[in-house]
Design a protein around this ligand. Structure first.
Ligand SMILES: *Cc1c(COP(=O)(O)O)cnc(C)c1O
Length: 397
């Protein structure tokens, strides 16, 4: 059995469903149910407060951080879990701005996920130091990197189109003009090989409920390059990032290295679920995942273009220019996606007209691609989406 045939058996995938939305919320690892149950009954239930030491709850954020580090090319001891990705964006950006105090421009792009931009706006308003957020078209980022830029803040893989930024080249150019970088790996971690060390990235953040399969509400993570680890000042100076949380000093003193990026109590049950997903990640290399992802996305594009000429490819055609998702534009994309979902092909819709499909080799294979395209051909060719009930927008799309 190939390694991916084996990993596929390790997830619960509902009967009759082709799940092409692992880029938004990964599926349930089969082992998670029992692991979370035993964390509840054997640890929380029996150990109560002693679980923090006895069950190692307190050190899980860096332990799991090290397992994620392998997937994103980070040095061990420089990734920690906690909070949500939006919070981690705020922390990374605040620390980076603080390390580059003479400059006021945060450069980002219009393909960035809105929450990252909103957090930057909120931070600017709190700092009141005259920072400005400049967003330019993704392809124009390089030409706007100049000596006014304090921080280049980008999401490596565009959540709508899957377009991949060149992290190494942009980081190098940012450093040349004296800017620091914050890379958001929300659609990279577990999707494409990332090498933060080789790229010389300064800060990186990401989440664990998308490709990493940690479950709804799984914590975010943050990376601080070793050269900044003892210099970065945490804006969110919570007690668990303190050098001595249990001394209960009245004044804050930042903890050693990445520990200072912790804020408060970690989500123990959610980390128990995530650990079972990390057990699956430990079985594969990102190079193998990437090779398989490219095979699947190329197959999907070829089959969809042959069967559904009314859809136009919104993702880069060159697989090396995109992450692990494929998007198509269609004016009635929302209704079309609802019609697919009603028939067990799960993708999602991103305004204004993007139908998005994630490819996750741990549990998606070529047979799934064929099955999904057969349903798409029927829905699109026969206009099965053209019904009023498919046009009612739900709260979460
Ligand atoms: C998914 C995603 C988020 C979501 O942040 P949460 O705080 O975890 O809800 C933020 N930024 C990017 C780039 C994302 O893709």
């Amino acid at each position: 059995m190939s390694i991916f045939a084996k990993t596929k058996t390790m997830f619960h995938l509902p009967e009759g469903m082709v799940y092409l939305d692992g880029n938004s919320l990964g599926p349930l690892p089969r082992a998670a149910t029992a692991r979370v149950a035993s964390t509840m009954t054997d640890e929380w239930g029996e150990m109560l407060i002693t679980g923090w030491n006895k069950a190692g709850w307190m050190t899980k954020p860096t332990e799991i951080g090290d397992r994620i580090a392998r997937l994103i090319g980070a040095e061990a001891g420089h990734v920690v879990l906690g909070d949500t990705l939006s919070i981690k964006v705020y922390q990374a950006l605040a620390s980076a701005l603080d390390l580059n105090p003479a400059r006021k421009v945060i450069l980002s792009d219009t393909g960035n996920f809105p929450s990252d931009l909103y957090m930057a706006e909120g931070l600017i308003a709190s700092l009141k130091q005259g920072h400005i957020l400049k967003t330019v078209a993704p392809e124009d980022v390089a030409e706007h990197l100049d000596d006014t830029v304090a921080v280049l803040m980008l999401t490596e893989v565009d959540y709508r189109t899957g377009r991949l930024h060149d992290m190494a080249a942009l980081t190098k150019q940012a450093h040349t003009v004296g800017a620091l970088t914050v890379w958001d790996l929300a659609h990279s971690a577990g999707a494409t090989p990332v090498d933060l060390t080789a790229a010389n990235a300064d800060f990186a953040v990401g989440c664990t409920y998308k490709y990493l399969n940690g479950g709804p509400g799984a914590p975010g993570f943050i990376y601080v390059a070793p050269r900044h680890a003892e210099a970065a000042r945490p804006a969110l100076s919570g007690w668990l990032g303190h050098a001595a949380p249990f001394s209960f000093h009245l004044n804050y003193a930042a903890g050693a290295g990445i520990e200072r990026m912790r804020v408060g109590t970690p989500p123990v049950l959610q980390m128990a679920a995530l650990e079972t997903a990390m057990d699956i990640w430990d079985m594969v290399t990102m190079d193998a995942v990437r090779a398989r992802s490219i095979v699947l996305t190329e197959l999907f594009i070829a089959e969809v273009e042959a069967a559904c000429p009314m859809l136009s490819l919104a993702s880069p055609r060159d697989p090396h220019q995109r992450g692990s998702q494929v998007s198509f534009r269609f004016a009635e994309g929302y209704a079309a996606m609802q019609a697919l979902i009603a028939r067990g092909v799960i993708g999602d819709f991103r305004a204004p007209d993007i139908m998005r499909f994630g490819f996750t080799p741990l549990f998606i294979d070529a047979a799934d691609v064929h099955a999904a395209v057969a349903v798409m051909a029927d829905v699109m060719g026969n206009r099965l989406w053209d019904r009023p009930e498919y046009k009612i927008r739900a709260r979460v799309t």
